[in-house]
Write a protein that binds this ligand. Structure first.
Ligand code: DX5
Ligand code: ZN
Length: 222
């Protein structure tokens, strides 16, 4: 399992987005939190800003859609050039169709589970996705405390992926920092979103490297 770090620009300075993304040039992804003030109680950015961002970076863009009606909007993010588009199971009414549309628009398809959503009912969807996102905070805001209670689900998700012999990445998002990333890696996560841990650091690039080293040290023992 190769460890990948995806800094979330939710904790970046939105007025200086291009510079903030340039500051994490050695990350594997740039994670973009799209929120609509309906699915979550916060409003961030949408497709026009993602399109502008795509022009300023060579990093692959990972769009995490925390919006109602992702069936309607998700394919547009893939068509715009996002390399990965993740929808929430709690919001999608036709997840299989939407995930297939994301893939046919050329992006990796991701499915996200809120902390209170069990993974087992979605086991059959694993063959339709490239990445499963297990939220480790309630979505909506950066800087929240990591929910240890979700770790058994990360472990269970890894078992389900292994059991089906699938190459599905397992992403964790929320409260991931130097103090929690090792627990996530130990539970089987391989893609790590980190917002405040990267952007509140004096040197965001060094924070990315250090998170990667911590996770890789655990993953190599797995
Ligand atoms: C929360 C977002 C996260 C958030 C992570 O709803 O999906 O991506 O930005 O921020 P931290 O790492 O600060 O918890
Ligand atoms: Zn996110």
């Amino acid at each position: 399992m190769a460890v990948q770090i995806a800094p979330s620009i939710l904790s970046a300075d939105f007025a200086r987005l291009a510079d903030e993304v340039a500051a994490i040039a050695d990350a594997d992804w740039v994670h973009v939190d799209v929120m609509d003030n309906h699915f979550v109680p916060n409003l961030t950015i949408g497709l026009p800003v993602v399109e502008a961002l795509l022009k300023t970076t060579t990093l692959p863009v990972d769009c995490h859609l925390m919006i109602e009606d992702p069936d309607r909007w998700a394919p547009g993010y893939a068509a715009a050039g996002a390399a990965s588009v993740t929808i929430h199971v709690e919001a999608a009414s036709a997840p299989i169709r939407t995930l297939r549309e994301i893939r046919s628009a050329g992006a990796r398809a991701g499915l996200a589970l809120n902390p209170g959503t069990a993974v087992d009912p979605y086991a059959d969807l694993l063959s339709e996705i490239d990445m499963l996102l297990v939220m480790t905070v309630e979505p909506g805001f950066g800087g929240q405390r990591f929910l240890d209670v979700v770790l058994p689900k990360v472990r269970r998700a890894r078992e389900l992926i292994k059991g089906r012999d699938l190459d599905v990445w397992l992403q964790v998002d929320g409260g991931v920092n130097a103090g929690t990333i090792e627990r996530c890696a130990e539970a089987g996560a391989d893609v790590f979103v980190a917002g405040s841990a990267v952007y509140s650091a004096d040197d965001p690039a060094a924070a990315v490297r250090s998170l990667r080293e911590r996770a890789a040290a655990v993953s190599s023992q797995a």
